[in-house]
Design a protein around this ligand. Structure first.
Ligand SMILES: *Cc1c(COP(=O)(O)O)cnc(C)c1O
Length: 228
């Protein structure tokens, strides 16, 4: 057994424990393995261990891994880093998901550039849930309008919301921030959207995110180790 097998099992156990504490079904939380900065051989090891969804922050780096691992059964690639307008085409052509849509212009380009032969690109709206000044993400009060516009684009499938809150010192504080995202998610569904994905929680705060209602945790360090 490799280190990655052991780490993956530990993370799966953490998710299962968090789900059971929250009275949730473990199948309702997807583990996205964040492989940024690690090479394709590491992704391959995780894939052998049963992991299927991988997250990449840097588009160029991600494209190299997607090409190197082309053909691995059921592998799924999620773009979780910023997308500049001159980088929409490779995302539209090669990824399965984009988590960081926070402008209509980016969504329109992704839709226009999504190849006809592929399923619609799955999209999450990134929300700046804690008002971090330097952060990407749409303000919470702008999320509904953007989501409606994105949902109308033909080659995208709007799936939900994504957040990257600032680290906070303890579980309760982390859960409180994640609860704001969950409240927004519920409110948007009550207003007629059909969102099924709440992408929030990382290595340090996945339990708090699951307690608040996360359906997809994005975990890097706890699976692959520290990044240099
Ligand atoms: C790097 C990254 C992660 C994973 O963070 P870890 O703390 O290593 O688990 C998750 N989401 C985003 C957007 C990231 O950039």
């Amino acid at each position: 057994m490799t280190m990655i097998d052991g780490n993956l099992q530990t993370v799966r156990d953490r998710i299962a424990t968090a789900c059971s504490s929250a009275g949730r079904h473990v199948e309702d939380v997807t583990l996205l393995a964040v492989s940024k900065t690690f090479g394709p051989e590491v992704v391959r090891v995780a894939h052998v261990a049963g992991q299927r969804a991988f997250g990449e922050n840097y588009i160029q780096e991600g494209l190299g891994k997607i090409a190197a691992l082309n053909g691995l059964p059921d592998i799924e690639w999620h773009c979780i880093g910023p997308i500049q307008s001159n980088k929409t085409r490779p995302v539209a052509e090669h990824f399965d998901w984009a988590h960081t849509v926070d402008r209509l212009k980016i969504a329109e380009r992704l839709s226009a550039q999504r190849p006809e032969g592929r399923a619609p690109l799955n999209v999450c709206i990134q929300v700046n849930i804690d008002g971090g000044l330097a952060k990407s993400g749409v303000a919470p009060h702008e999320a509904l309008a953007l989501a409606r516009a994105v949902a109308a684009l033909p080659r995208l499938r709007l799936r939900g919301l994504m957040t990257i809150p600032e680290p906070v010192p303890d579980f309760e504080a982390a859960r409180a921030v994640h609860m704001r995202a969950k409240a927004l998610f519920d409110q948007m569904n009550a207003q007629g959207l059909a969102l099924d994905t709440l992408s929030m929680g990382m290595s340090a705060d996945l339990e708090a995110a699951i307690a608040a209602g996360s359906t997809m945790v994005r975990v890097g360090t706890a699976i692959f180790g520290a990044r240099s």
